[in-house]
Design a binder for this molecule. Sequence first.
Ligand SMILES: *Cc1c(COP(=O)(O)O)cnc(C)c1O
Length: 393
Amino acid sequence: MSARADAPPLHPSTDLAIPFNKPYMTGDELGYIAEAHGNGHLSGDGPFTKFCHNWLEANTGCAKALLTHSCTAALEMSALLLDLVPGDEVIMPSFTFVSTANAFALRGAVPVFVDIRPDTLNIDESLIEPAITSRTKAICVVHYAGVACEMDAIMAIARRHSLKVVEDAAQAVFSSYKGRPLGAIGDFGCLSFHETKNIISGEGGALLVRDAELSARAEIIREKGTNRSRFLRGQVDKYTWVDVGSSYLPSELIAAFLKAQMEHGEAITRRRLAIWDRYHAWAEAHERAGRLRRPIVPLDCSHNAHMYYLLLADLDARTRFIDAMRAAGIGTVFHYIPLHSAPQGIACARTSGSMEVTDRVSSQLVRLPLWLGLEERLEEVLAAADSALASLD
Ligand SMILES: *Cc1c(COP(=O)(O)O)cnc(C)c1O
């Protein structure tokens, strides 16, 4: 993987004693890949892909789940399903990964950025309605750190203005809002199985389609604009080009890897939550001393421990913290460069209202390592972080 534009590279940090990220393998991946190899079905939509689709549908309640190459691909599929034309607008946060905006910009649509809430760092739902114009077609929310946006308010706004809702749930597998799994509340949900996420297949993702009416078209768009899926089920006697589309389906080898991860998904989440809880308990004293702010999880959200972050006083404090941790052999990273201030964001998007919280948070936020296996070395991380924070006083 080449470095993400908005974060220090992940892989070079593996020369650190305690890297920021380390992909977790359950031990069952290679057996399933061998099985896929033995099946002789290597292209997409074989038995392993079907397992993953069923697992996602059972775990989220969406009408249709479709594996994709990435969350980026799932977001692009949503943009195609929305039939966006150049000049249409999609409201979204600026504090997010580039794919959230790119997927819509690729269709000529204009990302319209609104500020985030200071507590969850999710889109501020009270700023959505003022950003709506006659060109607005959709709202794309991002469940930052696997903590849900205020979905009841957002869905009500969408209904009032006949807008579609896309959930960028890249970070939110196994998270829920008032008991409802994230990714299956809006019209479309986009998951990521990138190796930095909770359950992984290297690169990977899924599109969740909430309503059955849209699933047939989603299948067609994913299969190069053909009705090949219906043909393979024997529902039509030949397949042909019926819509726009592209190749969005991953190979069975990827799905085989992912099956192993899904089967261990609950255990993975439990272990991540234990690490998250330890960080949270540790950071409390520092919060009381005024050195940082801890993540805030609203009571009606259950989260998946996707990340643990700290908000430090300012950019200078954050830079010094990251440097001190690196000197102690520990990888920590920051993100995001707000999209509204990135060159492509300036070129193809616009903002609605002040971006004050986004700008402030993006200079304060630092992510601590969180991966399975870190348990044994967590106290070392906390001790190093204690010293790094003390040096800021
Ligand atoms: C990781 C991430 C993506 C991109 O996921 P890929 O699977 O790498 O395409 C998109 N949006 C958010 C919020 C992410 O965290």
